[in-house]
Every structure is written in structure tokens, then in C-alpha cells.
Design a protein around this ligand. Structure first.
Ligand code: OXD
Ligand code: MN
Length: 621
């Protein structure tokens, strides 16, 4: 239970009662409780979820959305991650990269402390000890953290997204080794979001393993275990220790039921490129008797070499899914719908909500919004029935509205998702939404070319600029918003980690989004059929098919793809399996400019770039 902090300070009793024994954690809590001026401190873990839910319902912070489902709205100007306000700070200027928005910690620390001082007055500070790994993982030493948050809904999200409880910090062999994450919401209505007076700061002090986020209670900014620790801090730790990679990757398993063999694939996709749908994919009906796809994770993977067998192993450090609701439906992602069913404890954020029925809706949930408008409010809380003529076609849900649910709720969660060792990786794939040039799949067997492919990953911008001249927004390995150290060192670290594996994964680039240049229709059906090119890749790795060599990798022949039950026009199939050399040549010049921005890129990466460019030039001759 929470205790008020009387002026004499009863904090020690609160921590004693909660069974929080780690003296370093206790001292950290004391420091920040004092600095933020929180009125009360409460230590929470997974077991507190039912009580926190009841309290949040009673306070009107969340609403019931059917049995065991909940709904919250965030402040209207606080609905997405803010990349411009996100900073990596360290003591060493050499840590500055192109994308990590580096600032010296000596400058950032006082700015954050100034904003956080006294900013939790009158509020409860929730202490959330957590673990970003399956318990017992060899990477556990990097996975321990304690988030302090002055927002109860954030604590509820953390409980869904990470393994939470004092047991994760009490018996550390190095009691001081945990990530310190402080989240202070601030006065959301007076922070100047998006203006020159913006007060928000989201800073990872990577060399101090401290994360200070001020000015948002939206998940991407406020769930510090997930993005700030799971990606920014962990990738820095993985580099500094030389032990592992932390990437914004999905992770799946594919089992051949006939042979009992299972493969694992992980990979990075820039936003709006179908990563969550792929991660939660089921086998298409026509292949369902033979193959089973299992879900491990949709957003983060940590990769290391196992010293015993020399293979790359991956874990999903998360415990839940923080998924985008928009366009999730029975066709695009039935397993996501299963994972937010009644009784799952799911928390919806910023979707549309019906006051009378507790139903929720988002664009793409059904082809048309509910016909009976009674009780429906949009994500801002306005009644749909009272919208003015000007507003009547505005979306009901925010495009970045979310569902937060635990991994256990995902119907096809892998049986061994808690295996501390993780799973051995057979293939690493990259894929960005691109309307031309990128074939359905091209496999890459050379390590440097695989890493080069990840570094030149990009997707077409999704909003106004969609498809302009096929220009990509480059997003190396889909880590652009989460980069914590310089890109040259990042590439070298990739070469070192994967290079140390004696059994190497195969790489591939995939694209489900190629369109017909005239009519604009998608050439490949996508969704569940995406399993087919992945099965081809695994066969290629196992030497069962050969594919066709091209300057940019190996592509399947039509005969090698299992297309039973697929509805695709022969000319479309031919197109998605061919290489447009002229278009690729244009892209190579852009890649050169993109890579030139990165200091200290390993020579192997430039050599890979030149090999591909020369092979394309030879083809064009
Ligand atoms: C993201 C997320 O912003 O996973 O990438 O929420
Ligand atoms: Mn993500």
C-alpha cells in the first residue's frame, strides 16, 4: 500500500513494507522522491495490477471496455514519440552520431533536474522494478531497471510490457547495476509541445545508465523499460560491453509439422512497413497443415553469440505488445485481435470509445465505422454525433492509437517464449515499404553485404510525401530513432557480433508493398502469404533450392516458391521476382550519399557497396 510521505520522511517504512531490499535502489528512490517532491511513494509489481486497475477506474483515468479490457485517452498534444526532443547524452563527445542527437550530459543533467524539481508535488511516485529479459537470461545483467513514474496509467502499461516486481532487484550480484529511469509527466497543458518553447526532454544518459524523461505520459515516451532501456540503453550497453546487439526487430518461429524442424527469423522494418502484422502472422490456410508460425515478439530483439554452439541467439526482452490499432482486423492481423479479447487486461489508448456500451473502434477495424452513433466519442473525447459538418470525416481514432497487452495473450505465442537462452537465429531480414525496385525477397549470404543492406534500409514516407519519386527515408536497421552511438561503430559492432558466430544466419531483404506502376494495385497479396518467401529463404539456407543470382542478392525462381492457393497474376509474380537495374542504379547513388554521412564506416561496408554497384553496372552494360 502507499504511504504518505510525512515531512519527517516515512519512506523507509514504505520500502520495507514493499519488501524492497536493494540498498542502491532504495537510495535512488529517496533521491528522486525528494527532488520531484512526490507526496507519496508506492512500490508496484505485477501482483498490484488488479488493485491499480480498480483505483484507476475509480479515478476515471481509465474506463471499462468490456470484461477485462480498459480504455484511456492521452492529452491531445501527447500522442506520439517525439524524436526531436529525444536525446542521447554522455560525457564523451566522440559518442555523437548522425541520428542519436547527442548532447553533453553536463548540459542536459541540469536542464532535466530543473524541470523535474518539485514537478511531482501532490502526486504519487510509483516505483516499478522490472526485468527486460526472460528471467535467467545470460543478458539479465543488462536487463534490470527501476522506473519511477508519477503517472498511474504508465505503471499499468509497464506491468503489461515488462516483468515487474521487487524480486527483479532484490538479489542482484551487483546491487548498483540497474538502469535508473525517471519519468515525470509535468503540466501537459503548459509544455508548448511542438513550439519553439517546447519544455519536453527525453534523455538517455547512456554512459550513466540513467534515463530522464520529462513532459509526456504517452507510452513511447513514458514506458522507459521499452524503448529507452530496451533499445537506446541496451544498444549502448551491447556495444560498450562488446557482448550483444539490441535492435528494433520482430522475432518469429516457423515449424514444419511434418519434420518437426523449427527455424527462427528476426528482422527490422521501419514504421508502417508491416512489422507487427508479420510478427503475428499465421500460416496461410493452404499451408496450415504443414507449417505453424509462432510469435516471440513484435518490436525488440537482443542478439548474442552463444559460446557453447557458436550460434546467434535472440530474446525478446519485452513481456507485452504495444501495438498500433489502426488497420488491425480479422484479415490483417487476427492474432492481434485475439490478444485484445475479453479478459486479457488489454489497455487501449486513443481509439474511439462508446460511453454506453464500452465498445472500442479504430479506422480499419471494420470497413465502415459503426452506423449507430449513439454513445460514440472520438479519441479526443468529442461525441461523434455532435461533430460539425467540417469535422464529420475526421478519423475517430488517433492514427497512433494503441493496444497494450501481455505476450501471454497472443494466441500463437511460442511455447518456449520464456526460454532464458533465447532461440537460435536462422535468418535476419529487413524490409521497408517500397512501391517499386525492391523485389519480394532477395537473399544475401555475405555478412558485410547483409549489414550493408540493413544500413541502407528505408521506407517511403507514409503521409503527404508518399512515394515521391521512390525516395526513401533511410532508417538503418529500423534503428534511426533509437541509435545511441555513432553509426560507424554500430556497423563495426554488427560485423563483430555476427562475425563471431560460427554458424551464421542468412540475411534477406523483403518487400510486400510493390505496386503496379499504372493501376497502383499491390502486386503481392501480403499478410499470411508472406510466409511463402520466408519458407523459400529457409530452404535456400538449407541448400534445398538455389534461386537466381542477381547483383543485389539471390531471388527465388517462380518454381521454387510454394504458391499453392495464392491468387496472383503471372505478370505480377514475374515483376516481384525481377530486378529493375535502371531503378537500382538510381538508388545506389542515393545510398552512397546516405552512407557518406557516417564517419568511420568499416571498409567492409564500403567494399560491399562497391561490389553491388559494380555488379549492377556490369548488368546494365
Ligand atoms: C515505436 C513503438 O514507436 O514500438 O516504435 O512504439
Ligand atoms: Mn517500435
Amino acid at each position: 500500500m502507499a504511504h504518505p510521505l510525512d515531512p519527517a520522511g516515512d519512506l523507509q517504512t514504505v520500502l520495507d513494507d514493499a519488501g524492497l531490499k536493494n540498498a542502491s535502489v532504495r537510495e535512488y528512490v529517496r533521491h528522486w522522491a525528494e527532488l520531484t517532491g512526490a507526496q507519496r511513494v508506492e512500490v508496484v509489481g505485477a501482483a498490484d495490477d488488479p488493485r491499480l486497475i480498480e483505483e484507476s477506474l475509480a479515478a476515471g483515468e481509465i474506463r471499462p471496455a468490456g470484461a477485462g479490457r480498459y480504455y484511456a485517452r492521452s492529452y491531445v498534444k501527447d500522442t506520439a514519440r517525439s524524436e526531436e526532443r529525444t536525446i542521447v547524452a554522455t560525457a564523451n563527445p566522440a559518442d555523437a552520431g548522425v541520428y542519436n542527437n547527442w548532447h553533453p550530459s553536463s548540459k542536459m543533467r541540469p536542464l532535466l533536474e530543473e524541470r523535474m524539481r518539485g514537478a511531482s508535488a501532490g502526486k504519487t511516485m510509483y516505483v516499478v522494478p522490472y526485468l527486460m529479459a526472460p528471467p535467467g537470461s545470460p543478458l539479465e545483467p543488462y536487463a534490470v531497471g527501476v522506473e519511477l513514474t508519477d503517472h498511474r496509467t504508465v505503471a499499468l502499461h509497464m506491468i503489461r510490457m515488462a516483468r515487474c516486481g521487487v524480486e527483479h532487484v532484490n538479489d542482484l550480484s551487483e546491487p548498483d547495476k540497474f538502469v535508473r529511469g525517471v519519468h515525470v509527466t509535468g503540466d501537459l497543458e503548459n509544455l508548448g509541445q511542438g513550439t519553439p518553447e517546447d519544455q519536453r526532454y527525453f534523455v538517455t544518459f547512456a554512459d550513466e545508465r540513467t534515463i530522464l524523461h520529462f513532459g509526456s505520459s504517452y507510452g513511447g515516451n513514458a514506458l522507459l523499460g521499452k524503448i529507452a532501456h530496451g533499445l537506446r540503453q541496451a544498444s549502448y550497453d551491447g556495444w560498450a560491453s562488446g557482448e550483444f546487439l539490441a535492435e528494433q526487430f520482430m522475432l518469429i518461429g516457423i515449424t514444419d509439422k511434418q519434420t518437426g524442424r523449427t527455424w527462427h527469423i528476426c528482422g527490422g522494418f521501419p514504421s508502417a512497413s508491416g512489422k507487427t502484422n508479420l510478427a503475428m502472422m499465421l500460416a496461410p490456410d493452404s499451408l496450415g497443415d504443414r507449417y505453424h508460425v509462432e510469435f516471440y515478439g513484435d518490436d525488440i530483439a537482443w542478439l548474442r553469440v552463444d559460446p557453447e554452439d557458436g550460434k546467434i541467439y535472440a530474446i525478446n526482452p519485452e513481456f507485452g505488445v504495444f501495438g498500433v490499432a489502426k488497420d488491425t482486423n480479422e484479415v490483417t492481423n487476427p492474432t492481434a485481435l485475439g490478444s485484445v479479447a475479453r479478459g486479457t487486461g488489454v489497455l487501449f489508448t486513443n481509439v474511439a470509445y462508446n460511453d454506453n456500451t464500452g465498445d472500442v473502434w479504430w479506422e480499419g477495424r471494420t470497413p465502415k465505422p459503426p452506423a449507430d452513433l449513439a454513445g460514440w466519442r472520438d479519441w479526443t473525447g468529442e461525441l461523434i454525433s455532435e461533430r460539425s459538418a467540417v469535422d464529420k470525416d475526421k478519423p475517430w481514432a488517433h492514427p497512433n492509437s494503441r493496444f497494450t497487452t501481455s505476450l501471454r495473450n497472443v494466441p500463437n505465442i511460442a511455447r518456449d517464449f520464456e526460454n532464458p537462452k533465447g532461440v537460435p537465429i536462422d535468418a535476419i531480414i529487413f524490409g521497408g515499404r517500397t512501391r517499386d525496385r525492391e523485389p519480394l525477397i532477395r537473399a544475401i549470404t555475405d555478412l558485410a553485404e547483409g549489414v550493408y543492406d540493413g544500413l541502407t534500409l528505408g521506407a517511403e514516407a507514409t503521409f503527404a510525401a508518399e512515394g515521391v519519386d521512390g525516395q526513401l527515408r533511410y532508417d538503418p536497421m529500423s534503428m534511426r530513432p533509437f541509435m545511441s552511438y555513432p553509426e560507424g561503430a554500430y556497423a563495426a559492432h554488427w560485423l563483430a557480433i555476427i562475425g563471431a558466430a560460427t554458424v551464421k544466419p542468412i540475411f534477406a531483404h523483403v518487400n510486400w508493398f510493390q505496386r503496379d506502376p499504372d493501376g497502383g494495385h499491390f502486386l503481392w497479396p501480403g499478410y499470411r502469404d508472406n510466409l511463402r518467401p520466408l519458407l523459400w529463404l529457409l530452404k535456400l539456407k538449407d541448400g534445398e533450392v538455389e534461386g537466381r543470382s542477381t547483383p543485389v542478392g539471390i531471388v527465388p525462381t517462380e518454381e521454387e516458391l510454394d504458391l499453392r492457393g495464392v491468387n496472383i497474376r503471372p505478370e505480377d509474380l514475374q515483376k516481384v521476382l525481377s530486378i529493375d537495374t535502371a531503378r537500382w542504379t538510381v538508388e545506389m547513388a542515393r545510398r552512397e550519399q546516405h552512407l557518406a554521412k557516417f564517419d568511420g564506416l568499416p571498409p567492409e561496408i564500403w567494399a560491399a557497396h562497391r561490389r553491388v554497384a559494380e555488379a549492377l553496372a556490369a548488368e546494365a552494360d
